[in-house]
Design a protein around this ligand. Structure first.
Ligand code: GLU
Ligand code: MG
Length: 434
């Protein structure tokens, strides 16, 4: 982290993102911000066991132990207004009090996974998290319409400006298909940075929406019969010279040998990954057939029902297909911690490469309903996915034992917290948090 200059805002919020994908942390005054950049602020291991709905889940950390939240990124200034002053938001890793890594930190989990991938293969992961969300307060408008776009003003334009100013490199801002649904995409970048940006994006959207009187939610599904809000993780691999390693123009569907192995690893461990990537009690309602979310763990050319989609490329305006070529992991949502999702995918892909897993079938673009109906399916509840994670000896061991135990407890506490509610009430409870 470069030398801190005097922060722009009166306070700096030092933040982490936990197993419930909630951003938590604490603020320091301007006068302390520079020293906090190198020394961090205090934090508690058991905080990792906080659930999405408030109470803390049983955990092995207990009432003892201390950590530091150590800033690892440049702060982003969240602008202020009459009601909410500006604040600098800085992302931190959770470290031991002597500065050594703490095994429970979700960001360091992702960082190590990407480092191991790079060390073993020489490949660096590039990524972008594409987010959908809903503004629940807006009147009904037509999908993808100009009218829907304009109804979100001035929020929409302010959001694009805010993201540009914060260095998040917004790419597209659009009215989506579902009721009150919008989508925002960011330019691909180094995968760890992309995950940092994913959680900043969520907070910047929520903060600006609240300040403009909107009721924004990234919940995977708001109405069980309606459209879901997906997070689609686009990724590619580049070698040390920056050459696109996923793409081979001579290969079927353009997917390179290494890309096929990577995809094989992700598909092999998909049931376990789903516990991490679709981890709310309603996340599974978003998945399944005919929702254009992800119906099951398979690889397909351009099909929006695949967990792993080979995305289109374009030569319009001199576009280079090799540079655009990417895979899209569609089975995640904003109740998932982006660092954990990224780390799991990097680990699974690395396993596919190292163990030379057999190339998975690529479902072709021209596919009939019967062929689609014959594809593998996902678990249909979070509890089932948690058991899949526990039953996968490799994937569960990628996570630190205490982190895994805490994750399972947090998720089972969240399942219990909504057990007595109807499906629709569960969706609302989750939507109110996210
Ligand atoms: N809303 C869909 C989802 O839940 C995605 C639709 C699209 O392809 O953009 O993932
Ligand atoms: Mg979309």
């Amino acid at each position: 982290v470069p030398e801190a200059t005097t922060p722009a805002s009166p306070t700096t919020f030092v933040a982490t993102c936990d197993l419930a994908a909630v951003v938590r942390g604490r603020s320091v005054p301007r006068s302390a911000a520079a020293s906090v950049r190198s020394k961090g602020v205090g934090w508690v291991p058991a905080d990792l066991a906080l659930t999405a709905f408030g109470p803390i889940a049983p955990n092995r950390y207990g009432s003892v132990g201390d950590l530091r939240l150590l800033p690892v990124t440049e702060p982003v200034t969240v602008p202020g207004d009459d009601q909410r002053p500006a604040v600098d938001l800085v992302i931190a890793e959770q470290v031991q009090t002597d500065g050594s890594p703490w095994a429970g930190c979700p960001r360091s989990f992702a960082r190590r996974a990407l480092q191991d991938l790079a060390d073993a293969t020489g490949l660096r992961m590039i990524a972008s998290f594409e987010h959908e969300f809903m503004l629940r307060d807006l009147p009904a408008t037509a999908p993808f319409s100009w009218n829907r776009q304009r109804r979100a003003e001035p929020f929409g334009t302010e959001l694009v400006e805010l993201l540009e100013g914060a260095g998040l490199e917004p790419e597209t801002w659009l009215p989506e298909y579902g009721d009150g649904q919008y989508e925002i995409t960011l330019t691909p970048t180094d995968a760890l940075v992309a995950a940092d940006r994913a959680l900043l994006l969520r907070e910047l959207v929520r903060d600006l929406a609240e300040r403009r009187g909107h009721d924004a939610t990234f919940a995977p599904i708001v109405d069980p019969s309606g459209s879901g809000n997906g997070v689609h993780l686009h990724f590619s691999l580049v070698d040390a010279d920056g050459n696109a390693a996923l793409h081979d123009p001579a290969a079927p569907s353009g997917l390179s040998e290494i890309g096929l192995r990577f995809a094989a690893g992700v598909i092999a461990h998909a049931p376990a990954i789903l516990a991490i990537s679709a981890p709310s009690p309603v996340s599974h309602l978003r998945l399944g057939p005919d929702r254009w979310s992800a119906r099951g763990p398979f690889l397909a050319e351009r099909n929006r029902e695949a967990m792993l989609r080979i995305c289109p490329t374009s030569t319009v305006g001199g576009g280079d297909p090799a540079r655009q070529y990417n895979l899209e992991f569609r089975a995640t949502d904003a109740t998932a911690n982006p660092w954990l999702v990224l780390g799991m995918i990097a680990r699974a892909g690395l396993r596919g490469i190292l163990d030379e897993l057999a190339a998975p079938a690529i479902l072709p673009e021209e596919v009939g309903p019967e062929q689609l109906a014959g594809t593998p399916v996902f678990a249909t509840t979070l509890e089932e996915s948690l058991r899949d994670l526990e039953a996968d000896p490799l994937a569960s061991a990628w996570l630190d034992v205490d982190l895994l135990d805490t994750f399972l407890n947090v998720k089972r506490a969240e399942i219990a917290a909504v057990a007595d509610l109807t499906e629709s009430e569960r969706c609302t409870k989750v939507a109110d948090v996210y």
